[in-house]
Design a protein around this ligand. Structure first.
Ligand code: WTA
Length: 650
């Protein structure tokens, strides 16, 4: 990294032009009028080993769909996150790790993060992992999770992080789908004082007969030092058997901007989770840019994003964005309620956190614990608050603002998706007036629109479906192994536009209010879940004939999971059966997909052609019996009456 680049980042951070309303609107105009010039300037924040000459090559036409950014440039994401900060700030803190146990924390400098990442990269290389190979990372929230991601990036391997709360079954299907050659895991994770058997889950996943996997290496980081079985020839202890035998430096691969950086599985409305694929140059440019501008990040500040690295928020705003910017990023292993519901605020006090980024579901849960839990911690280091993952209700927003922030700090409500790589709609602190519950306005270079069901653009104040009409560098490039699914999912509903799957309202001031998913995806505690996936899991139970799953409003989780289940004739719908079905879902997906309600019914409402009428099921789950809409196409209307009775009785 050249000396100049670092200074450029730090200067820009100190004088973030996007914190000024007039300048921000000038920059929006520039991004619109001269997109190539705008994005060229933005991409200069990174270190390119070979500069790009082409900026953008994109078509959203389904017949010729392609998305390329900076595609003759070369760079390495790990070099941009670590090496280039060394000349100036090797001894600055890259990562603060706060353990599940409040008595333990670590401070890791950029020099240390560099060495640890290089060592892990060398271990992978020594065991035959090559450029282009896929590596699954199934880890707790420990610094080694970040090293593992960056080590893959360094040697050009493609990582796919799988959330540690997923079951062996869900893990196996992801390992199989991406054809991983290696898995990096830990002996156990620690969450809320309880051990999570990660390595045992990997063993189970690799032993499942119904999944064909080709994993040659299971690299196990010692987190708790629990005794675990090791398979000779395949399994390797990281600290005990590998780390010290390799060099502390590792050359970085020069990657093309459009080489794959990672695959991250996310739920859609149909079928199994899809492998959202992000590439190197555009993604890193975009997350670095948005991390600095949206959070007004200034060098030296402590940035804490409470997400898990298993989700896109963790990828973009715990690891890649902050580290590309030379920030200090906090990695928290635990949960908000352990040892008590004051933990978040205690961590803020302990590590003097300046910028705090969390999810509405956590805020709603903590709000219930009373203001004292917040107020007993000193939060005077805070300067900016952020929200992500689901719509934030005005009540939670105001509590966040008034109680957590003492009415002093802007809240950035950031709307984006796994597919978008980084934040697309958000206030710019200082430049955008805030409205509680609104993600406000698109960032410069982002062009959303609202369309009706037929794809007609709606003007002014309106409500409809949210689309994005042009590309931005952080956009996903394909669904791994299934490009047609990428085209069909995102570019066919409204030809020529990227369809987000979200509904939105725009008010008279041009502010966007995200109203939630308009497809069969539900958002439970900020986790995306496909109703089809949960149904497929329930169907695995031998006594189940059919299941239909819908979301319903839930005070803390945002949405809960409501499952209608039809059992084989003669099988009793008992509490024991309910428990068995919940266990199947835990086994197939994980505890996050556990239904809140199981409603046994002899039949589901269907049209005469046999299609389940989900709209009606949603209304019944929402307790809105008067608003069932047109029921004239029902094959057997009495089914609905019985369901309503059943709902009233719970
Ligand atoms: C929802 C998480 C309202 C939305 C980054 C989107 C939001 C889905 C917000 C993506 C927000 C995310 N306001 N809704 N600020 N942020 N969403 O892929 O429905 O896990 O489509 O990415 O979360 O979830 P994902």
């Amino acid at each position: 990294m050249s000396h100049e680049e670092i200074i450029k980042v730090s200067k820009a951070a100190a004088a973030n032009t996007l914190t000024d309303a007039t300048k921000a609107s000038a920059i929006r105009a520039q991004a619109k009028d001269d997109p190539d010039g705008f994005w060229t300037d933005v991409a200069k924040r990174l270190d390119w080993s070979k500069p790009f000459t082409r900026v953008k090559d994109v078509s959203f036409d389904a017949k010729d769909l392609h998305i390329k950014w900076f595609d003759d440039g070369e760079l390495n994401a790990c070099v941009n996150c670590l090496d280039r900060h060394l000349p100036e700030r090797a001894n600055d803190i890259a990562i603060i790790w706060e353990s599940d146990d409040p008595a333990t924390a670590k401070h890791i400098t950029y020099a240390e993060a560099f060495e640890e990442t290089c060592r892990m990269a060398n271990v992978l290389k020594a065991r035959g992992v090559k450029r282009g190979d896929r590596v699954v990372i199934y880890m707790p929230m420990i610094p080694e999770a970040a090293y593992a991601m960056l080590a893959c990036a360094r040697i050009g391997a493609v990582h796919s992080v799988v959330f540690g709360g997923f079951s062996p079954e869900a893990l196996a299907s992801r390992i199989e789908d991406c054809g991983a050659v290696a898995v990096i895991t830990a002996d156990e994770g620690m969450r809320g004082g309880k051990a999570v058997p990660l390595k045992a889950n990997v063993d189970k996943a690799l032993g499942l007969k119904q999944h064909k996997t080709d994993v040659r290496l299971v690299l196990t980081v010692e987190r708790t030092n629990a005794t675990i079985p090791m398979t000779a020839g395949r399994d390797l202890y990281y600290y005990g058997e590998a780390r010290n035998d390799v060099a502390p430096e590792c050359p970085a691969e020069a990657m093309n901007a459009e080489d794959t950086l990672f695959i991250l599985y996310t739920s859609g409305s149909t079928g199994k989770p899809k492998g959202v694929l992000h590439t190197t140059g555009g993604y890193l440019t975009y997350v670095s840019y948005t991390h600095e501008k949206v959070f007004d990040y200034r060098l030296g500040e402590i940035f804490w994003c409470t997400a898990d690295v298993g989700w896109v928020t963790g990828h973009s705003y715990i690891v890649y964005g902050p580290l590309a910017n030379g920030a200090t990023t906090l990695i928290f292993e635990g949960v908000p309620t352990y040892p008590d519901a004051s933990r978040f605020w205690q961590v803020i006090e302990k590590h003097q956190v300046n910028i705090f980024y969390t999810a509405p579901t956590a805020l709603r849960a903590l709000m219930r614990e009373g203001d004292d839990m917040v107020k007993k911690a000193d939060r005077s280091s805070l300067r900016l608050l952020g929200s992500v993952g689901e719509p934030i209700n005005p009540e939670a927003w105001l509590w966040y603002y008034n109680v957590v922030g003492d009415g002093k700090h802007p809240i950035v409500d950031t709307w984006w998706q796994t597919e978008t790589g980084g934040i697309l709609i958000s206030p710019l602190p200082g430049a955008t007036d805030l409205k509680p519950g609104s993600a406000t306005q698109p960032l410069p270079g982002v062009f959303p629109a609202i369309v009706d069901a037929n794809g007609n653009f709606l003007d002014g104040a309106c409500e409809g479906n949210l689309v994005i009409t042009d590309s931005w560098p952080g956009q996903m490039r394909t669904v791994y192994g299934d490009h047609q699914r990428f085209i069909d999912t995102y570019f066919k509903t409204y030809p020529g536009m990227y369809f987000t799957g979200d509904g939105a309202r725009r008010d008279a001031d041009g502010y966007y209010w995200i109203t939630g998913r308009v497809d069969d995806v539900i958002n439970v505690s900020g986790h995306r879940m496909g109703t089809a996936e949960v149904e497929a899991a329930i169907d695995e139970h031998d006594a189940v004939v059919e299941a239909a799953v819908v979301g319903f409003p839930h005070d803390v989780k945002g949405q809960g999971i409501y499952a209608y289940v039809t059992l084989l004739a003669g099988v009793e719908p008992t509490e024991a059966m309910e428990k068995e079905i919940i266990d199947v879902v835990r086994r197939e997906i994980g505890p996050i997909a556990k239904p809140d309600h199981i409603h046994f019914t002899p039949a589901l409402p269907k049209t005469r052609s046999g299609k389940i009428m989900r709209r009606i099921l949603r209304k019944i789950a929402e307790n809105e019996f008067g608003a069932l809409g047109d029921t004239s196409t029902l094959a057997d209307p009495s089914v609905v009456d019985a369901l309503i009775e059943g709902r009233k009785n719970r």
